[in-house]
Design a protein around this ligand. Structure first.
Ligand code: DQA
Length: 141
């Protein structure tokens, strides 16, 4: 199966950014391990700090891949344009968060994307991405 992981704003700084919340590991390091675990699947990766670039990537891969794992960062809580892009594509999208957003500030409790997604995973650190891949692999086709 073919998957893509999309990371939104500020997630390029994983490992350096608020390590007490997001951990000490870079995403590139984690991705290498994930790709080694799922050698029978293709897992691409794209990160952008720009809303439009994330939308363009959803449009590009949303008609090709078997599933998208998406951490939209703070756009989760605000971007109707990203929610509409998720609704526009046939690939199932799983919303992921490294932190448990429900244990944090109240503005993080609402996701404008969740309704457009197959499901959401929050609070398991970087393992949230692996859980999402596992859920996509187990999806009935
Ligand atoms: C996040 C949670 C968001 O509220 C925040 O804006 C992020 C990261 C997470 O992975 O826990 O940038 O999506």
């Amino acid at each position: 199966m073919n998957f893509i992981i999309l990371n939104g704003p500020n997630l390029n700084l994983l490992g350096k950014r608020e390590p007490e919340v997001y951990g000490h590991r870079s995403f590139e390091d984690f991705l290498e391990e994930l790709q080694k675990k799922y050698t029978e699947h293709s897992i691409r990766y794209f990160q952008s700090n720009h809303e439009g670039a994330l939308i363009d990537t959803l449009h590009e891969y949303g008609f090709q891949v078997d599933g998208i794992v998406f951490n939209a960062g703070a756009y989760t809580h605000t971007s109707i344009a990203i929610a509409d892009a998720i609704r526009a594509i046939p690939a199932p999208v799983i919303e992921v968060h490294i932190s448990n957003v429900f244990k944090r500030e109240s503005f993080r409790h609402h996701s404008v994307l969740a309704e457009a997604c197959l499901g959401s995973i929050s609070g398991f650190g970087l393992d949230s991405y692996r859980l999402a891949i596992e859920a996509l692999v187990n999806q009935p086709r």
